[in-house]
Design a protein around this ligand. Structure first.
Ligand SMILES: [Zn+2]
Length: 429
């Protein structure tokens, strides 16, 4: 958890709602175990779990196995904590055309996102952080009460932008973009920002998502332009931190990254133009960086075949090299980097292929396979206000994934889990 959240205030407990566990104690025999804590994978590991929680985990000779523990054999497999995508959108969209995003009903989006959640879970993602959607709050509840299968959902619900900012649909006339159907989350001035944050907190969000720079898929702004004033950003972070939830900022240009970090934002999303001063601010604040290389990779390599507007393609092409370079420098500086894809559902950026981000970390950024797995587990868990996911430590949820072909040998195997366990129960694949 970043220092911004370490302020002694009560932290929301978003994981305690209505999950079902079976009571049997069991021991998982692991060929290789990544527990998310140790510096290196463990050969011949054991995990003991009961009531959906980890009792103990580590090397076989260090873990006490109670006599009545039921054995589960993954002794020829690699076992890792459940994967976490720290930046996606539960939009249920199947198009990259911005007009379709407005034209389609939220009911259709919810139905498709329900299917996306099942796909994510079977792909090994036992937790997702939804950083902007209409559907996140309802889906979170339906997963938690056992109605639909899916990962644990942490959601910001609707994100927040200034007028004319990244979240404003400025390809439309103002009256349309701000109409009821568009669902715009626009706020200007510290008082309005404070009120919008409070409205979201009233609805039970797990985090607040704001935009402190322009972006790629917004027509009339640019990634390097900063958005929201210091006072506006502070209004969001003060309100969020008072109830123990973090603030995530879409921030691509250096000035907008700095204003976010100086004013208490906990995670920086995208970060295309991180400079030396940004790196120092990351270090000072302990903020987590979520680069979302996957959407950039897909936009640049295949976006033209999927109906992405030309302005988006051009901005992506212009920013791609800087984005890769920024991520490498952040990695070399030891900034915590979390796996997040920015996937939203269409074929170009489909849920289910989210492990692609770990492949890009290894192939393009220079992480080891083990480091890339930690980015998608222990580090990704730091982007939300929960301390019982992301690692297989005593008391944490028994969320883990077993692989016959080890992702430690070839990171592309991360896309092919054999068994996924959420809260100690195997997910039907
Ligand atoms: Zn996003």
């Amino acid at each position: 958890m970043s220092p911004a959240l370490d302020h002694g205030l009560p932290v929301a407990q978003p994981l305690s709602r209505g999950l079902r566990y079976h009571g049997t104690m069991y021991v998982i025999h692991c060929g290789t175990l990544v527990d998310g804590v140790r510096e290196a994978p463990i050969d011949d590991g054991r995990v003991v779990a009961e009531n959906g929680r980890v009792v103990d985990a580590g090397p076989a000779d260090e873990v006490d196995v109670p006599e009545d523990a039921e054995p589960i054999d993954h002794s020829r497999e690699t076992v890792i904590p459940g994967l976490i995508d720290a930046h996606l959108h539960l939009w249920g969209s199947r198009s990259m055309e911005p007009f379709d995003w407005l034209r389609e009903s939220s009911e259709l989006g919810t139905a498709r996102a329900t299917a996306d959640l099942r796909t994510l879970l079977t792909a090994g993602f036992t937790t997702v952080r939804d950083v902007g959607s209409e559907t996140g709050l309802a889906l979170r509840e339906a997963v938690d009460d056992g109605t639909i299968p899916g990962p644990r959902v942490f959601t910001s619900w609707r994100s927040l932008s200034q007028t004319g900012g990244h979240g404003d649909s400025h390809y439309l006339p103002y009256e349309w973009a701000t109409g009821e159907a568009a669902g715009a989350g626009l706020a200007d001035g510290a008082d309005e920002c404070r009120k919008e944050a409070r409205k979201r907190i009233r609805e039970g969000v797990d985090l607040i998502k704001i935009m402190t720079t322009g972006g790629v898929l917004s027509e009339k702004d640019a990634p390097d332009q900063s958005q929201f004033t210091d006072e506006e950003i502070r209004a969001f972070t003060e309100e969020a931190h008072r109830v123990g939830i973090p603030v995530a900022s879409h921030a691509q240009g250096a000035p907008g990254i700095k204003s976010a970090l100086r004013n208490g934002v906990d995670t920086i999303e995208h970060g295309f133009y991180i400079d030396e001063e940004c790196l120092e601010l990351f270090e000072e604040t302990g903020a987590v960086f979520v680069p979302t290389l996957s959407i950039m990779h897909r936009l640049v390599t295949e976006g033209a075949d999927h109906g992405v507007p030309e302005y988006g393609l051009e901005k992506a092409r212009n920013a791609r090299d800087a984005h890769w370079d920024a991520t490498r420098r952040a990695y070399e500086a030891g900034i915590p980097i979390a796996l997040g894809t920015d996937f939203i559902g269409p074929d170009l950026v489909p849920h289910g292929m989210n492990a692609m981000e770990a492949e890009l970390f290894v192939e393009e950024i220079g992480m080891s396979e083990h480091e890339a797995i930690l980015a998608g587990t222990a580090t990704a868990a730091k982007t939300v206000a929960a301390d019982d996911i992301g690692t297989l430590e005593e008391g944490n949820y028994a969320d883990f994934v077993a692989f016959e072909d080890s992702p430690l040998e070839d990171i592309s195997n991360l896309r092919e889990p054999d068994t996924v366990y959420k809260g100690g129960e195997a997910v039907g694949l």
